[in-house]
Design a protein around this ligand. Structure first.
Ligand code: NZQ
Ligand code: ZN
Length: 390
């Protein structure tokens, strides 16, 4: 293991079919006013809303509802939530939904009591809340699997006017204090969203795995998670209500992005940076933006990280090394990923997400360039990767 790190994760997870039975108890640690945030209303159709309201009632909470959190939550919606949280002086924000709703809760937890432009401060300038600044605690009931937001400090907000989609990784104070993970709650997620979530998980793991050349435990953990994800995804796309598969995917997603497998190593994250810029331009589904650019990106950087791609082929995709050069093996890993994208039904082309040739330069401009991967890209390379992904 290289580097020095501090690993601390304060989120208490309640996992399984009966997870929500713990919600009333979990709520007891917080004051009486709860801001309940959720999306467009799927939770009212599938019964999750009722389970949550029952727990809030048992716990004796006063509930203020804030609905309409959209996929890829916007800065305007964040400002609205911050105002409502502050005006009502809430003690807890309870997010019931997927990554968008949980990310949104984290954003308003820091924005509510911040006297200034929260978008500029926390997202554009990437500032952290200072000691003494008030942060409203967040709790989560997860209904859609993929982002890992239930157990991390990430919050991604989109500014459609500035055409920027920016993620900020907050510290432990902003991470959910608890999260309810019932795999059955995910059964009603539309197939497209389920598949996007599955690819999002894969991308989180790959972007921490495909970097560095030291031997470290994190990479072995990553390989195990990917193997589990590939196995379960193949079951879930055929049988979306297969509890074993959906519960494995849920647990894998949490561990894919709660910082564990990234500790002590460099990380890539360029697929996410390009994907987020596509999201800022098109409002496309997050996981699909990632699958859409991954193959062109990985082909582009493969030579610089050949050994690791070859290891991916052997240890994750189970491709036999016999008779193959290291380069052929590395290439086979990327082709296996491309085949899997098609097999599960994730997007292979960003034109299907609304990206046009005219947007490519702007998307490349909106892409933050990271330096932790095998190759640092320049603007022209990003445009080429985008063009190859059309
Ligand atoms: O609005 P509702 O009605 O809730 O419908 C949602 C939404 O339309 C629906 N859905 C969720 N649970 C459902 C359900 N429909 C039926 N039954 C259920 N049980 O699914 C749709 C998508 O939900 P969303 O929360 O947008 O999906 P996801 O979890 O993929 O979150 C995407 C957001 O998270 C950010 C992305 O950029 C994007 O903004 N990310 C957050 C990260 C983090 N916090 O660390 C990291 C990720 O890389 C990602 O960037
Ligand atoms: Zn992601």
């Amino acid at each position: 293991m290289i580097g020095n790190f501090v690993y601390s994760n304060p989120t208490t997870l309640y996992f399984g079919k009966d997870a929500c039975a713990n919600l009333a108890d979990a709520l007891k640690a917080f004051g009486s006013k709860v801001l309940l945030t959720y999306g467009a209303g799927s939770i009212k159709r599938n019964g999750i809303y009722e389970d949550v309201i029952n727990a809030l009632t048992v716990a004796g909470k006063e509930v203020i509802e804030l609905s309409g959190v959209m996929p890829n939550p916007t800065v305007d919606k964040m400002n609205e939530g911050a105002r409502i949280a502050r005006e009502n002086d809430v003690d807890l924000i309870l997010a019931v939904g997927g990554g968008s709703t949980i990310d949104y809760a984290k954003a308003i937890s820091v924005a509510a009591w911040y006297d200034g432009n929260a978008w500029d401060h926390f997202f554009v300038e990437q500032k952290d809340p200072q000691p003494g600044e008030r942060i409203i605690p967040v709790g989560a009931v997860l209904t859609m699997v993929g982002t890992g937001s239930e157990m991390n400090g990430g919050s991604v907000i989109t500014n459609p006017v500035q055409k920027l989609k920016i993620g900020k990784v907050f510290g432990t104070d902003v991470m959910p204090r608890f999260a309810i993970l019932n795999p059955e709650y995910t059964f009603t997620v539309p197939r497209k969203q389920m598949v996007a979530g599955i690819f999002d998980i894969m991308s989180h793991i790959l972007e921490q795995y495909l970097s560095g050349d030291d031997d470290n435990t994190s990479d072995y953990l990553a390989e195990g998670l990917m193997r589990s994800l590939i196995t379960s995804s193949r079951v879930a796309v055929k049988e979306p209500e297969n509890y074993e598969a959906r519960s494995n995917i849920m647990w894998t997603a949490t561990w894919a992005l709660n910082t564990l497998i990234g500790e002590g190593k460099s990380q890539d994250w360029m697929v996410h940076m390009i994907g987020q810029a596509i999201g800022a331009y098109t409002d496309a589904t997050h996981g699909m933006t990632l699958s859409g650019v991954s193959i062109a990106y990985y082909r582009h950087i493969m030579a610089a990280g050949q050994q690791k791609f070859a290891r991916l082929a052997r240890n994750v995709w189970g491709i036999p090394s016999a008779g193959k050069t290291e380069e052929e093996l590395a290439s086979a890993a990327i082709e296996a990923l491309a085949d899997w994208i098609k097999e599960i039904g994730a997007a292979s082309e960003i034109s299907s997400l609304g990206v046009t040739e005219e947007m490519l330069d702007g998307i490349a401009d909106a892409t933050f360039i990271m330096t932790g991967g095998y190759k640092t890209l320049n603007h022209a390379e990003i445009v080429n990767i985008l063009r190859e992904s059309l």
